[in-house]
Design a binder for this molecule. Structure first.
Ligand code: SAM
Ligand code: SF4
Length: 363
């Protein structure tokens, strides 16, 4: 243990499960503030204090899967399905490029068709060419074959986000249908394949799920370390009334507790893996308008401002009360910049902001 100075939190230097559970269980304001300050200092010391932006393009809400928690699951017939046109994607990419965002993320529901794979490949090539390779590209399009992941990598994507959602197999089975399309083992294999191909690989979990315990969350943190990820995006679980998991909404932690728990997860992860990229996710902003900025102050270093065209934003509601669905990219940008400035946070414009942790394809 680090010997605590007066008013300073005791934090185990060796983060075993017991120490992580203790950090995640902190409930006094001042203890949490000390944890966040330590995590912020660890970040600044290891990777600097800049925040990097990834313009988020919610490319399509068409999904063949039925995750029990997600509002755009295939079985939700109230969703109007869309796929952005090339022109719409280019418009969003141009906005990110001209506003010096450094990177974009193409995110979508999961489709495993050859047509979909080809469409993404073509888009990747055209974005790279159009922006003279100045924009970094992250993909978040679910589980795909090794061949598709390779094809997309060769076409210019160099980072991929695929959340494990929970590292506990039993909990995973409770929040997904019990079939081959939603297999924990296949998701794990997909994450491994991404690492082997050479992507900077990101994963993550939802925090405050029904049935989830603090022990589960500590295991999630140890899981990130064990599989040696380069990036993590984790946010609070937010219920959606058109999903099966909504049946358990009475048993959920209050939103404010889920919010605090997410900040503690971010801070603990920053101490555990100081050189990775950690996202301050939009789900935090649903609970607190300054949620992403607070996450940055607890150790996160990536923000993903939404670039999706306003016409379809409301159809990408994975959870309810998604913020800014009527804001266009310009409004999202000015709100974010004003908030970051207010919080004294510096933006790393025009930089890819790659994970310092990434050492090439060596999982
Ligand atoms: N379809 C791809 C996938 O599942 O990997 C990428 C898009 S999916 C919408 C991105 C993430 O949204 C999921 O990994 C999941 O963690 C998160 N998500 C879905 N429903 C959510 C909810 N109700 N609350 C919080 N996060 C949710
Ligand atoms: Fe589809 Fe992703 Fe939602 Fe699951 S989380 S239903 S794969 S969009």
């Amino acid at each position: 243990m680090v010997r605590a100075k007066k008013n300073e939190l005791k934090v185990a230097e060796k983060f075993d499960k017991k120490a992580l559970v203790a950090l995640l269980s902190l409930d006094k304001e001042e203890d949490m503030a000390t944890l966040f300050a330590r995590a912020y200092a660890a970040k600044t010391q290891c990777i600097g204090n800049s925040v990097y932006l990834r313009g988020l393009i919610e490319f399509s809400n068409i999904c063949t899967k039925n995750c029990y928690y997600c509002g755009i699951r295939c079985a939700n017939k109230n969703v109007i399905r869309y796929e952005l046109t090339d022109k719409e994607v280019t418009k969003a990419v141009d906005f990110a490029w001209k506003n010096r965002y450094g990177s974009v993320v193409l995110q979508s529901g999961e489709q495993q068709s050859a047509r979909f794979a080809q469409r993404i490949t073509t888009l990747l090539r055209s974005i790279k060419q159009h922006t003279h390779n100045e924009l970094g590209i992250t993909l978040s399009c679910g589980e795909q074959s090794v061949e598709t992941y390779k094809e997309w990598f060769e076409a210019g994507a160099h980072r991929y986000l695929l959340r494990i959602e929970t590292s506990g197999k039993d909990l995973y089975r409770k929040i997904h249908p019990d079939d081959l399309l939603h297999s924990f083992e296949k998701r794990m294999e997909a994450i491994c394949n991404l690492q082997k191909i050479g992507y900077q690989t990101g994963t993550g979990v939802m925090i405050g799920l029904p049935f989830q315990t603090v022990d589960d969350l500590a295991d999630d943190l140890l899981f990130f370390k064990k599989i040696n990820v380069d990036m993590v995006g984790m946010g609070p679980y937010l219920e959606h009334h058109e999903t099966p998991l909504y049946a358990h909404c009475q048993s959920l932690l209050p939103l404010s507790v889920r919010f605090e728990l997410t900040l503690k997860m971010i801070a603990a992860l920053r101490l555990l893996m100081p050189d990775i990229n950690i996202a301050a996710t939009t789900a935090l902003q649903v609970i607190d308008p300054m949620g992403r900025e607070k996450a940055v102050q607890a150790g996160a270093n990536i923000i993903m401002p939404n670039m999706t065209t306003v016409e379809v934003r409301s159809q990408y509601q994975i959870y309810e009360n998604k913020p800014g669905i009527y804001d266009d990219a310009e409004i999202s940008k000015s709100k974010l910049e004003a908030n970051l400035q207010q919080a004294g946070i510096e933006i790393g414009y025009n930089k890819w902001g790659d994970s310092k942790h990434f050492k090439g394809n060596s999982p």
